[in-house]
Design a protein around this ligand. Structure first.
Ligand SMILES: Nc1ncnc2c1ncn2[C@@H]1O[C@H](COP(=O)(O)OP(=O)(O)OP(=O)(O)O)[C@@H](O)[C@H]1O
Ligand SMILES: [Mg+2]
Length: 492
């Protein structure tokens, strides 16, 4: 089994961090380059100076060796040139190193700071012996306490090979000192620049922050429903076309203008549709009442009419009653959408529920119906008739859309500052595919149509609209064996 946890994707770097790091990185690169170049130039120039001293020392050494030979009567066979002759010669600075090879033996040594002559180790001599060809000055590491040397080998007119060297310690020390100074100054510079860059970038990105905040505020508005207008805009200072952020800000403002116009148009067309539905429903009421009235009148008075005609008249009457209900529902919905047609007064939910339940009991006396009320009366502020309609619909649903043996329980409780009414039944539940659209207009289960209960699918849409207009919530939790509608309303 693979027990490794999946790696979380790394959070992307913010623009601020990227800019600051880029500035700091570039500065570090430039500082290192400048440091390296200046140290290299300084070292080359110091080496140049040292090489001149070295060639002067070599000239002196040659003169010393030849001077000694001339003192020895000019008999080259008997004359033994040594390194000490060079080291004891005039004007040789402390640290001078010398090695002399007369064809048979090697002598070597170097002067210490105190002016004494110290011997070289065998290994050091071996290293130097490898350089014993006349050549230009070279740098060499002799290790131990002797360290780095600049050396130059030459041969005098008697064929004696000699080598002189001067310590590189001073050149190296000066170069190292410069490297340290450049390093420290660069580091301090980088820290200062990082702080300044952080501050400047933050300042530069502040307008972007304001644009983002505006966009975020607008994004939170519920644009899909109701009357909303977009008054939020990016401040004028952040919409200057000459800056990048300004262009973003002004583009956002233009987009908001467009969205605002589109919203206006949508709201206007919605208003028109609502007005049309309200007007149509209103206009339909009168002819419907006439149809109902005339059919009822004819049915009552025309006793000698054939039974078929009487039956048809009865159907006309019942359908016109159903249609009146439908038209009333549509009118109510249109008015609720407009945000009007709600009375506001104290409503005693306890007695309202008692009424609703006794009505429901009268409508279906064979049904088991329970009511659970708190000891104290519960009051809300709102429209008693509309709230009555909400609960009546919930109980009618529990009666119409469930088999006869189903039991229904109505309960009222107080939760914090809210009154909560639940209507629960142990029926077959609301079909899964209907639940998502249950509170939409004309949403019905198939069974309702088959049963010809006269259901329209507007009941729950109205219930939710009424409850929402009361600043409450209507929710449902349904599965086979339990359906619970929950209405929560702010306490009065
Ligand atoms: N308690 C319930 N048990 C099972 N199904 C339900 C229940 N309540 C509602 N439904 C389903 O939800 C649908 C929508 O209910 P809604 O009250 O909106 O409309 P309706 O009852 O069909 O018609 P109307 O209430 O307008 O006369 C119903 O058709 C029914 O299929
Ligand atoms: Mg209903």
């Amino acid at each position: 089994m693979n027990s490794r946890r999946p790696r979380r994707p790394r959070a992307p770097w913010t623009l601020r961090r990227r800019l600051v790091l880029a500035v700091v990185g570039l500065l570090a690169l430039v500082s290192v380059s400048i440091g390296l170049v200046s140290v290299a130039i300084l070292r080359a120039s110091l080496l140049d100076g040292l090489d001149q001293q070295l060639s002067a020392a070599a000239d002196r050494s040659r003169a010393v060796l030849e001077g000694h030979r001339d003192l020895d009567d000019g008999a080259p066979a008997l004359f033994l040139p040594t390194a000490e002759m060079i080291l004891n010669g005039p004007a040789q600075p402390p640290g001078t190193l010398a090695l002399v090879f007369d064809g048979t033996s090697i002598s070597s040594g170097y002067t210490t700071v105190s002016g004494d002559i110290a011997a070289l180790s065998t290994h050091q001599k071996e290293i130097l012996a490898r350089q014993m060809q006349p050549s230009r000055a070279v740098s060499i590491d002799l290790g131990g306490t002797v360290g780095d040397y600049r050396i130059m080998a030459d041969v005098n007119r008697d064929g004696v090979l000699y080598l002189v060297g001067l310590p590189l310690a001073e050149v190296n020390g000066t170069a190292a000192q410069l490297a340290i100074i450049v390093g420290v100054v660069s580091l301090a510079g980088i820290v200062v620049v990082a702080v300044l860059a952080l501050w400047i970038v933050r300042l530069a990105l502040r307008p972007l922050q304001r644009v983002t905040e505006t966009a975020a505020r607008v994004a939170e508005l519920p644009l899909d429903r109701g009357e909303v207008s977009l008054i939020d805009r990016v401040p004028a200072a952040d919409t200057d076309q000459r800056t990048e952020v300004g262009r973003v800000g002004s583009a956002l403002n233009r987009m908001l203008d467009h969205v605002d116009v589109a919203l206006e148009t949508r709201q206007a067309s919605e208003r028109k549709v609502r007005q049309f539905v309200a007007d149509a429903s209103h206009e339909l009421r009168t002819p419907l009442a006439s149809i109902r009235g005339y059919s009822e009148l004819t049915r009552r008075t025309g006793q000698d009419l054939p039974p078929d005609t009487l039956h048809s008249l009865g159907r006309i009457e019942s359908e016109s009653i159903r249609m009146t209900g439908l038209v009333e529902d549509l009118l109510l919905l249109a008015r609720l959408d407009e945000g009007r047609d709600l009375e506001r007064g104290p409503v005693d939910l306890t007695s309202l529920l008692v009424d609703v339940v006794s009505d429901a009991h009268a409508a279906g006396p064979e049904r088991v119906l329970g009511l659970d009320l708190p000891d104290e009366p519960v009051h809300v502020v709102g429209d008693a008739a509309r709230l009555h309609q909400v609960f009546a619909n919930l109980l009618a649903n529990a009666r119409i859309h469930t088999p006869p043996e189903t039991t229904t329980e109505v309960a009222l409780s107080v939760l914090g500052d809210r009154a909560v009414v639940t209507v629960t039944d142990d029926g077959p539940g609301i079909p899964e595919n209907l639940q998502a659209t249950l509170f939409e207009r004309f949403a019905r289960g198939d069974s309702s149509r088959f049963r010809g209960t006269g259901s329209t699918g507007l009941g729950l849409a109205i219930a939710r609209a009424v409850v929402t207009a009361h600043h409450g919530d209507l929710t449902v939790d349904s599965h086979p064996g339990r359906t619970c509608f929950r209405v929560s309303l702010p306490l009065g």
